[in-house]
Design a binder for this molecule. Structure first.
Ligand SMILES: O=c1nc2n(C[C@H](O)[C@H](O)[C@H](O)CO)c3cc(O)ccc3cc-2c(=O)[nH]1
Ligand SMILES: C[C@H]1O[C@@H](n2cnc3c(N)ncnc32)[C@H](O)[C@@H]1O
Ligand code: SF4
Length: 304
């Protein structure tokens, strides 16, 4: 048996709950958002009906992924309470919640910490140039605001997931700068568990008219990220956005070690279905990779 020599790549068996698709931002690459007020929010009853049958399906992570209500809106409090209640419900049913609902106030983050095992927010890219382009109508994507989120998560010692969206108009140097900022914050607070390198992948709803990020460039970005980031941060890549299996293997060779949450639907990129875990294993195993499930909180942050 040569099992011990297998190289390990992880994933999180996950299901995504969407409290609301409505969002006051309009990122031009988004295929998720709908107009505020145009659709009812998820109810706790609906959530319970979704979660009940998942109990015996080996799913641990519930990803709470949300569109955003403006921080000064009179509906903000109800929005936040729904997210809190969805996390508490998932937790009470034996699941482990991970929330990514955009920027939060310090008090909101502090409260959500009690009902999440980890949380996340993508930095996207730090260059202010994007405020004139893809983020022109997206106040939540102000670089300083997002950096501050990572800092608050550090002060609160919340195990955190962040990352870069690649191919939205940034330069190579912009990428290294964003990675360096993550690295510096982690060296101060030691709270970043993983960094997602997310290739921009055009969908049917977006207005941003650009090609997909060239997947042949991804191994180079991963290698460089591996040099910039501390060794205890895992690099995550989304397998459904890497359409050719050789690209996936090239990314692992370059240093990626996690495939993120895998579930029935990628809510962010609904035009890119996930491969079955079994199919992924068939691709990975011949190349010597063992695909192993993990929890949404990494072992070094687990409190038992
Ligand atoms: O299925 C997805 N999961 C996404 N996830 C889920 C992620 O893969 C897992 O929740 C974490 O690895 C924790 O286990 C995100 C989580 C974050 O904190 C920040 C961004 C993302 C982005 C996506 C995404 O585009 N699609
Ligand atoms: C939840 C995360 O999903 C990412 N995201 C949003 N739109 C797209 C897209 N078209 N392609 C790839 N990733 C996207 C952003 O980085 C966001 O923060
Ligand atoms: S990417 Fe997030 S913040 Fe931007 S429009 Fe979509 S839901 Fe809103």
């Amino acid at each position: 048996m040569l099992l011990s020599s297998a190289k390990v790549v992880t994933y999180s068996p996950a299901y995504t709950l969407v409290p609301t698709y409505e969002c006051f931002n309009r990122c031009s690459y988004c295929n998720f958002r709908v107009e505020p007020g145009s659709r009812p929010w998820m109810t706790l009853e609906q959530a319970e009906n979704i979660l009940l049958p998942l109990k015996n399906q080996n799913i641990c992570e519930i990803l709470i992924l949300s569109g955003e209500v403006h921080p000064f809106s009179s509906r903000r409090e109800a929005w936040f309470q729904l997210i809190y209640d969805l996390c508490a419900l998932a937790l009470s049913m034996g699941f482990l919640p991970h929330t990514n609902a955009g920027p939060l106030s310090f008090a909101e983050m502090e409260k959500l910490k009690n009902v999440n095992v980890s949380m996340g927010l993508m930095l996207e890219q730090l260059t202010p140039q994007l405020l004139n382009t893809v983020h022109r109508h997206a106040p939540s994507k102000l670089p300083q605001l997002r950096l501050q989120q990572l800092q608050w998560a550090g002060e609160l010692q919340i195990p955190f997931t962040t990352g870069l969206l690649l191919g939205i108009g940034e330069s190579e140097d912009d990428r290294w700068e964003t990675l360096t900022a993550i690295s510096e914050l982690h060296q101060r607070y030691h709270h970043i568990q993983e960094v997602i390198l997310q290739p921009h992948s055009p969908g049917s709803q977006q207005t941003f008219n650009a090609e997909a990020f060239d997947p042949h460039q991804l191994p180079h970005v991963i290698r460089k990220a591996r040099e910039i980031l501390p060794a205890d941060i895992t690099i995550q890549i989304p397998p459904n956005l890497l359409l050719d299996e050789n690209w996936l293997l090239a990314c692992l060779d370059a240093g990626a070690r996690d495939l993120g949450g895998i579930g029935p639907k990628d809510e962010v990129n609904p035009d890119y279905p996930h491969l079955q875990v079994q199919r992924l294993k068939e691709i990975l195993q011949p190349a010597g990779w063992e695909l192993v499930p993990r929890l949404p909180v990494y072992p070094q942050f687990q409190k038992n």
